[in-house]
Ligand binder design. Structure first.
Ligand SMILES: [Mn+2]
Length: 352
C-alpha cells in the first residue's frame, strides 16, 4: 500500500488490527519504539498505547528518543508513565537496532529527521501524522495520516481495534497527547480526533487530566517571553522575534504559542540560540500558511527544518553559518539575527 493510497483510504479498524497483529504475532524478543527528539506528550502517550497493545499480546517494548526532554512538564509526564523510556546517543543506535525484533517509529517524520534513527534506515512500522518529505518507504506497515491532529488519535484507534479498554492512566495520557498537538482541540483537529476523544473520555481520570492541563511557567520561561515581546518585529500578519541565547528550546515553542494570541497577527516565528544551534519555532493560525514548506525553503541548506503546516521548527548548527569569530558573543548574535531574518523575509515578503 503506498503513501497516497494510505492517505485516501478511510481506515477500517478490523483491518488495522489484522495488519498490526500480523506483524506483532511473529515478533519475539523486544520491540524498539522510536520517537522524535525531545518527545512531546503526543509522542509519549502514543508510545504508552503501543506498549500496552504489545503487552496484551505478551510482547515487551523499549522506547527510545534522541535529545533531552527539556520541558519540565513533559519531563514529569514522561516519568509518570509506566514504560521504559531511554534517551540515546548516536553511537548506541545500531546496537539497539541489531537487538530488536521489530522497530516502530511513532509521531516522527522520516528516519534521521528530528529523530535519532539513521537516515537510511527503514523502520518496520511507522504510525504518524507528519507529512513525509521522502517518497520511498520500505516499512511493512505504514499508517501516515497528516490530516489527523495527533498520533495519539491513531494509537487510540488501534487500541480500540485490539479490544481491551484503556486504563484511566492510558486514556488520560492519550487525551493529553491529543490536546497538546491540537492546542486543546482548537487547531488542526479532525473528526477522527474528536471521535477518539469521545471514546477516551469515558475511561479518563479527571484529576490526572486537571494535573496535565495545569500550565504553569517558571522564571526562565517568563524571561524568554519578556525578551520575545521586547524584540518583536511585525511584518504584515507575521510576528518575528529573536531572543538571543537561551537554555531550553521548549521556551521558544511555548512563547510562540503565547504570542500567537496577539489579535493582529496570524503567524509567529521565534528564534534563538540554544547550545551550538539556532532553533526556530513557528506557529500559525492562518489555514493558507504552510510553515513546513516555508521553513524548509528558508533553511534546509543550513540544517534541518520541517513539521506541520501550522506548527514547524528548524535546527541550524552555528557551524554552518558564516560567523567570522565564534568566540565573540555579540558577533554571533548579529550574524544569526541577520541571517535568519533575511531568509525569513525572502519567504514571507515585505521589506527589511
Ligand atoms: Mn504529534
Amino acid at each position: 500500500m503506498n503513501y497516497q493510497e494510505n492517505l485516501e483510504k478511510s481506515r477500517d479498524e478490523d483491518e488495522m488490527r489484522a495488519e498490526l497483529n500480523a506483524l506483532l504475532k511473529d515478533a519475539g524478543g523486544t520491540i524498539a519504539v522510536f520517537l522524535h527528539d525531545s518527545p512531546d506528550p503526543d509522542a509519549l502517550a502514543s508510545a504508552f498505547a503501543f506498549s500496552t497493545i504489545a503487552k496484551s499480546l505478551g510482547l515487551s517494548t523499549k522506547v527510545f528518543h534522541g535529545d533531552i526532554i527539556d520541558d519540565p512538564a513533559n519531563q514529569a509526564f514522561a516519568e509518570s508513565l509506566p514504560i521504559d523510556i531511554t534517551m540515546l546517543e548516536q553511537g548506541q543506535v545500531h546496537e539497539i537496532l541489531d537487538n530488536s525484533s521489530l522497530v516502530i517509529m511513532l509521531d516522527a517524520g522520516s528516519a534521521g529527521e528530528n529523530n535519532i534513527l539513521p537516515p537510511d534506515f527503514s523502520p518496520d512500522i511507522i504510525i504518524d501524522h507528519h507529512k513525509k518529505s521522502k517518497d520511498v518507504y520500505h516499512a511493512k506497515l505504514l499508517d501516515i495520516r497528516p490530516e489527523v491532529g495527533a498520533t495519539s488519535t491513531l494509537l487510540t484507534q488501534y487500541l480500540k481495534a485490539f479490544g481491551p479498554s484503556p486504563s484511566p492512566e492510558l486514556a488520560s495520557a492519550l487525551i493529553h497527547g491529543i490536546r497538546t498537538d491540537t492546542a486543546g482541540l482548537t487547531r488542526h483537529v479532525s473528526p477522527l480526533d474528536m471521535h477518539m476523544m469521545a471514546f477516551l473520555v469515558q475511561y479518563a481520570d479527571t484529576e490526572l487530566l486537571d494535573k496535565y492541563s495545569e500550565d504553569r511557567m517558571d522564571l526562565e520561561a517568563m524571561d524568554v517571553l519578556g525578551r520575545a515581546i521586547l524584540n518583536k518585529e511585525i511584518i504584515g500578519p507575521y510576528l518575528l522575534s529573536f531572543v538571543d541565547f537561551l537554555d531550553r528550546r521548549t521556551d521558544l515553542s511555548r512563547t510562540a504559542e503565547i504570542m500567537l494570541r496577539l489579535r493582529t497577527i496570524s503567524t509567529v516565528i521565534m528564534y534563538g540560540i540554544v547550545g551550538e544551534s539556532v532553533i526556530v519555532s513557528a506557529r500559525s493560525r492562518d489555514p493558507d500558511t504552510d510553515l513546513n514548506s516555508l521553513l524548509k525553503a528558508a533553511f534546509t541548506d543550513l540544517g534541518t527544518a520541517g513539521g506541520h503546516a501550522n506548527s514547524a521548527g528548524a535546527q541550524l548548527p552555528l557551524d554552518l553559518m558564516d560567523i567570522p569569530d565564534r568566540g565573540d558573543g555579540r558577533m554571533v548574535v548579529e550574524v544569526v539575527k541577520d541571517t535568519i531574518k533575511t531568509r525569513l523575509i525572502s519567504q514571507i515578503g515585505g521589506s527589511q
